[in-house]
Write a protein of this length. Structure first.
Length: 97
């Protein structure tokens, strides 16, 4: 369960905010922006870890592989969210008014 929180922590606060009465709700666009920013950050961390491994830096191979796997999972998750949003949009466009 910790790995999911490590990859998608931006979704957890958004869900917690909705449960509290009187707090401002974050919009879907804000959630997507945070998700893309987080995914980008994980990708940059993985790139940096691999550069350190190639340069013979202090970072070990295990930490670099973990960083790469986190970035991969975050990217796959982001693509799935995008696909679901596109499917929902297309379904709405097919509705008759």
């Amino acid at each position: 369960m910790e790995a999911i929180h490590a990859v998608t922590p931006s979704l957890i606060p958004a869900q917690a905010e909705r449960s509290h009465v009187g707090q401002a709700e974050s919009s879907f666009g804000d959630m997507l922006t945070a998700l893309v920013a987080q995914t980008n950050g994980l990708q940059q961390d993985a790139d940096q870890a691999m550069q350190q491994v190639h340069a013979g830096g202090e970072k070990n191979l295990h930490e670099a592989m973990i960083a790469m796997e986190k970035a991969d999972i975050a990217l796959r998750y982001t693509v799935q969210v995008r696909n679901k949003a596109i499917d929902a949009y297309q379904e709405i466009m097919r509705m008759q008014v």
